[in-house]
Design a protein around this ligand. Structure first.
Ligand code: EPU
Length: 322
């Protein structure tokens, strides 16, 4: 475990926005991680980074980034390393004929990052498959095992998201649904895309990848951090008749942020090198390849202001600002 110093962060993220980190430690085992935490010469604070697919560094980071180098295997008891690519997990479980994770196919990033923010797509959230996770306390180096209840999962949130500066995930036990579970294809146009009553997990995976390809920017071609905003949960009083909504048990309504941004005429809107993606306006892209964090934040603020003025709804970013 040899620390690297004065790191270019851009290639560690899917956004590709320039920023530097004071140090980076690539770790493999819990022992490596404990050694790093005990090393007084490493700059503080410590911060975990996975695929860097949901992060915006709004300036240079003065601490140490912790990145897990790990194997992409699923243990016989369902253990996966935090640093494993989420999509690799989806591919392997679909190949094995197991249900559930195939709906998360194509989401960039790692298992660890996905578990912290409860990544979701097409009616499935990763939190539902969590049996247990091993965490290391960043302050004490202690390891503890927590279960799904501890994580307190909700839409794009978890207890770990609130306490991210205290814990880092080492690995987790995930349990997909059995092969005889029904395919979950009632979200959006997934069923139409499949046109088949009982698709295999692999067929669902392929359909999800096709739908994503048609709407979302390919991270290999244009930088982004996926959905930039959460879908807001609003008081029914602010709904307008034409506004799409999904009623929640709480009595609040969830409204697609993409619709609000679209209605404000912001598709394709540019601010410096940043742009609102045309086919999914919930996504801000690094259109020029040279966008700065100031460009992204400038566009973010313009979107928030425009949507608030028009609909009296305040969008909240989903992407973590570091
Ligand atoms: N819409 C428009 N105009 C558009 C595109 C969409 O009005 O140009 C409206 C439509 O009403 C559409 C609605 O937005 O029905 C919802 O769009 P979509 O189904 O594409 O999903 P989303 O709610 O915008 C969420 C996740 C995505 C995930 C998709 C599919 C969040 C913040 N985003 O987006 O997750 O892939 O559902 O399940 O919940 C991510 O988190 O990075 C991400 C991409």
């Amino acid at each position: 475990m040899i620390p690297e110093y004065d790191i270019d962060i851009a290639p560690l993220t899917t956004f590709g926005i320039p920023a530097r980190a004071a140090a980076l430690v690539r770790w493999q085992t819990a022992d490596d991680l404990r050694d790093a935490l005990a090393d007084g010469s490493l700059p503080r604070p410590f911060k975990a980074i996975g695929g860097g697919s949901n992060m915006l560094f709004t300036g240079n980071f003065g601490g140490t980034l912790l990145l897990q180098d790990c194997s992409s295997e699923i243990g016989s008891d369902g253990t996966v390393a935090a640093g494993m690519e989420l999509d690799e997990f989806c591919r392997l479980t679909a190949e094995a004929g197991l249900r559930g994770p195939e709906n998360l196919s194509g989401i960039p990033g790692t298992i660890g990052g996905a578990l912290v923010q409860n990544a979701g797509a097409y009616g499935v959230e990763i939190g539902e498959f969590l049996v247990s996770a091993r965490l290391m306390n960043l302050n004490t180096g202690e390891v503890m095992t927590v279960d799904r209840d501890w994580m307190n999962y909700a839409y794009r949130s978890s207890r770990l998201k609130e306490e991210e500066d205290r814990f880092i995930i080492i690995d987790a036990v995930l349990k997909p649904q059995e092969a005889d579970a029904l395919a979950r294809i009632d979200y959006g146009n997934l069923r139409a895309e499949l046109g088949n009553a009982a698709p295999t997990p692999m067929a669902v995976r392929q359909a999800v990848l096709r739908v994503r390809d048609s709407k979302l920017p390919n991270p290999a071609v244009v930088g982004s951090a996926g959905s930039f905003f959460r879908n807001p949960e609003v008081d029914p009083a602010v709904l307008t008749p034409e506004m799409p909504r999904y009623m929640l048990p709480s009595g609040q309504a969830k409204v697609p942020a993409a619709w609000l941004i679209d209605r404000c005429g912001l598709k394709g809107r540019r601010f410096g090198g940043a742009m609102v993606w045309e086919s999914q306006p919930l996504v801000i892209v690094n259109a020029s390849g040279t966008a700065t964090s100031a460009d992204v934040v400038g566009l973010e603020n313009e979107i928030i202001r425009t949507v608030r003025d028009r609909f009296n709804i305040t969008l909240v970013p989903e992407v973590e600002h570091v």
